[in-house]
Design a protein around this ligand. Structure first.
Ligand SMILES: Cc1cc2nc3c(=O)[nH]c(=O)nc-3n(C[C@H](O)[C@H](O)[C@H](O)COP(=O)(O)O)c2cc1C
Length: 230
């Protein structure tokens, strides 16, 4: 490849560890014990699977996205909500100044803590009744109010939306997730097409070739943005 046409990431890879380290030392970025490798800092990426089915199509699509981020050295986690009941927001607004929901009778507090720690959040859902699952909607509902009552809590995080459907309604699910991200000052990442996959039974969405390449590209695009904003 022409050296002049390399991206920053490609250039760093081509330079190799020693040269990159030397370059960083002169730029003041390298330090013993620093978690920066080359110019890239390891970031935390959390994917939440809102499907009621563990390890189904939505999990498969989210893993495709996460694998691309793992390849770039980022720390990834897939959190599957199947089997959990997450209660709706009680509209008590007691979360003001607390940084989390005050109700501890389900797993929401730990889900929200993980979201706060993450640099990028990918919300994935099976399409239910032409929208996100009610489990994911409960997370969005409560997270949204906690963010409203604790300003800037998700500001400048990166967001990605993924939906799987048998036939229709996935676009609404993507919109629901993106509205949440936009409303919380997050950066939305897209792909070459909508981040939607088609399939009914577990594993079927992996046969959707366009979706598979789309999910991989989404992961690469998230990695690209994380690299820019670190
Ligand atoms: C309660 C329920 C509602 C559903 N509603 C829709 C729908 O509106 N549109 C659609 O295309 N598929 C619908 N489906 C099918 C799922 O979206 C589809 O099977 C998907 O692959 C499930 O993903 P998963 O394996 O991650 O659970 C529904 C399935 C269930 C269980």
């Amino acid at each position: 490849m022409d050296q002049n046409n390399m991206t920053r990431r490609e250039a760093i890879k081509a330079m190799g560890v020693f040269t990159a380290g030397a370059a960083l030392a002169t730029s003041g970025l390298a330090a013993i014990g620093d978690i920066k490798i080359g110019n890239s800092k390891k970031m935390k990426v959390l994917a939440i699977n809102g499907s009621s089915r563990k390890d189904g199509n939505t999990a498969d699509m989210l893993n495709l996205v996460l694998n691309e981020l793992k390849k770039e050295g980022h720390e990834t986690e897939l959190l599957q909500l199947a089997g959990e009941t997450i209660n709706p927001c009680k509209a008590c607004f007691a979360c003001g100044g607390k940084g989390n929901c005050v109700h501890a009778n389900d797993i929401f507090q730990s889900v929200f803590s993980k979201m706060k720690e993450a640099d990028a959040i990918i919300l994935g859902t099976s399409t239910y009744s032409a929208d996100v699952s009610s489990t994911l909607k409960a997370v969005i509902e409560r997270a949204s109010v906690v963010c409203d009552m604790n300003a800037g809590i998700f500001r400048h995080k990166v967001g990605g939306a993924v939906a799987v459907a048998r036939r229709a309604g996935a676009m609404n699910a993507i919109d629901t997730i993106n509205h949440f991200f936009l409303n919380k000052e997050m950066y939305l990442v897209g792909s070459t097409y909508w981040n939607i996959a088609y399939g009914r039974l577990p594993g079927e969405a992996l046969n959707d070739e366009e979706a598979v390449s789309n999910m991989k590209n989404l992961g690469q695009n998230i990695a690209w943005l994380l690299d820019k904003i670190q």
